[in-house]
Design a binder for this molecule. Structure first.
Ligand code: PEP
Ligand code: MN
Length: 340
């Protein structure tokens, strides 16, 4: 239940409401907004909702009491009506500016990574992507460089100043990946790995949660709730396409998910047109569409030689193609009241 505190209440008065809520048996999670404070009270005691509501409405300094009937609370818009933002270095995800994350699907070598990092930075990207631990459908395909890949990412950050985003695939790697990454990516295959979600909930680094390839929006938001409950509020969602009957594209990129997330949640939302389509020829078009529909950021796979990429070459764009896209995106951003 969300308790809306009267605008004029002082910090001390808000404190007395919190104390009373705790005495009534609620877990108390205050959130201080620009306009006013609301308190999320969870784990209502054993009496019925009507009684609880009456009791809470009677508290001093309380303006309103709202029951959230959704299966997620903290990531719900009711809890935090303003959009939330996640800061990484001097990059803000969820603000007016659309953030571009770009880089190779997978870190393959120093030369491949540094060449790509320099190029995407020069073109205007502000976050570098690159997988060190790679989920693979086939056990025979390249599994990533692991720790050596993380070290190369750190070197690329050192040189370019770009913060890095990289995937964590296993609970036992969280500490290691968090020591190198600026944002931890949870991949589509792990969206419902509740053990990982709980663990990244305890760390002090932003997490980008990709949508499970067969996950409903509600399940995705429930997964984000796991991270939030652990105490980590720096959660970013990423739409990366879902499985449908269509086979021409690798996945069906669900751009309506951006609007759905906007309607239901305060979390920033990123679109991944690379996994979303599986086709380099579609990256520019879907990137522009994603910005037009209101995505807060894009994550794009770029490779100096896509034809030689160890992974996802077919959906990686070349450096000149990325340069071109970066000159086309500002006009789209501007048309929807954003900048790049
Ligand atoms: C990736 O970003 O390269 C990746 C493997 O993503 P996903 O988990 O969405 O498939
Ligand atoms: Mn990939």
């Amino acid at each position: 239940v969300i308790i809306v505190i009267r605008k004029e209440a002082s910090a001390e008065e808000i404190g007395t409401v919190e104390t009373t809520l705790k005495e009534l048996g609620y877990g108390v999670h205050p959130i201080t907004g620009v306009e006013r404070t609301v308190i999320a009270a969870v784990g209502a005691p054993g009496h019925d909702k009507e009684d609880a509501a009456e009791q809470l409405r009677a508290l001093p300094h309380v303006e309103d009491v709202i029951f959230i009937l959704k299966p997620y609370k903290f990531v719900a818009k009711e809890y935090h009506p303003e959009k939330s933002t996640v800061k990484v270095g001097n990059v803000t995800i969820g603000g007016d500016q659309v953030v571009i994350m770009a880089g190779p699907c997978t870190v393959e070598s120093r030369e491949q990574l540094l060449t790509t990092a320099r190029a995407v930075k020069a073109a205007g990207a502000t976050i570098l992507r690159g997988g060190a631990y790679k989920p693979s459908t086939s056990p025979y395909s390249f599994q990533g460089m692991g720790l050596d890949g993380l070290k190369l990412l750190a070197e690329a950050r050192e040189e370019t100043g770009l913060p890095i985003i990289t995937e964590v695939m296993h609970v036992r790697h969280i500490e290691q990946v968090a020591a190198y990454a600026d944002i931890l990516q949870i991949g589509t295959r792990n969206m419902q790995n509740y053990e990982i979600l709980e663990e990244v909930g305890k760390i002090n680094k932003p997490v980008m949660l990709k949508r499970g390839m067969t996950a409903k929006i509600e399940e995705w938001l429930q997964a984000a709730e796991y991270i939030f409950i652990g105490g980590n509020k720096e959660v970013i969602l990423c739409e990366r396409g879902v499985r449908t009957f269509e086979q021409y594209t690798r996945n069906t990129l669900d751009l309506s998910a951006v609007l759905a997330v906007r309607e239901l949640s305060h979390l920033p939302i990123v679109v991944d047109p690379s996994q979303g389509t599986g086709r380099a020829s579609m990256i520019a078009g879907m990137s522009k569409a994603a910005v037009a529909v209101g995505a807060d950021a894009l994550i794009i796979e770029v490779h100096p030689h896509p034809e030689r990429a160890l992974k996802d070459g077919a959906q990686s764009i070349t450096i000149p193609a990325f340069d071109r896209l970066m000159t086309e995106l500002p006009a789209v951003a501007q048309a929807v009241g954003r900048s790049l």
